[in-house]
Write a protein that binds this ligand. Structure first.
Ligand code: AMP
Length: 190
């Protein structure tokens, strides 16, 4: 694993612990000599993670749309900034550049991006690890919902178990390093 993609809030959230969790993860990414791929802005948790990776001499690739760049929120100090025409192309490029995906606290943008990577994984279209950094239990209700989806027959256990979860950034990265995708594409074992 060389490159980790992070999806997270373009806002900082109400509790400082959310940003702090992002900073801790950014620091570990740099120390493990991984590159960060993220949405390329200097706002919210996103900007703070990028700053922390750069501060620790890590490499950061931002992927932003022309539309967001025109709003003057592109981070000015990244190792590389890639610009796409659409949000769909942006996500596809983030997927192409990355060996794994982590969701930190965030809103609809974060959920949408992370859900797409999980959907591609359960279809067997990639075999990269996908995980949640559950800072301060922010995603507890989403995790409960995933278990409910399993109990109601809409999500298979094997696909639920593909979602790596931890409150601790170091423990989560260790799970990523040890991850082996199950051989259970959504449509092959019906
Ligand atoms: P959200 O979780 O709704 O704050 O959205 C953040 C995620 O969606 C990031 O991973 C970005 O890639 C994307 N995104 C959505 N809206 C914005 C925005 N205004 N600025 C930067 N990124 C955004």
């Amino acid at each position: 694993m060389k490159t980790i993609c992070i999806f997270c809030g373009s806002s900082p959230g109400r509790m400082p612990e959310y940003v702090e969790a992002g900073r801790q993860l950014g620091c570990l990414i740099a120390k493990r000599k991984l590159s960060l791929v993220y949405g390329g802005t200097n706002v919210g948790i996103m900007g703070q993670i990028a700053d922390e990776v750069l501060k620790n001499r890590g490499s950061v690739i931002g992927v932003i749309t022309e539309h967001l760049k025109e709003k003057n929120i592109a981070h000015p100090g990244l190792s590389e900034l890639r610009v796409t025409d659409t949000m769909q192309e942006r996500k596809a490029l983030m997927d192409e550049l990355s060996d794994g995906f982590i969701a930190l606290p965030g809103g609809l943008g974060t959920l949408e991006e992370f859900a797409e990577m999980l959907t591609l994984a359960q279809l067997g279209l990639h075999r990269k690890p996908c995980g949640i950094l559950n800072a301060c239990g922010y995603y507890d209700k989403l995790i409960d919902f995933m278990d409910y989806a399993v109990s109601q027959g809409f999500l298979k256990d094997v696909h639920r178990s593909m979602i790596l979860i931890d409150e601790d950034p170091e423990a989560l990265l260790n799970k990523f390093e040890n991850y082996k995708a199950p051989l259970a594409d959504k449509w092959v074992d019906r």
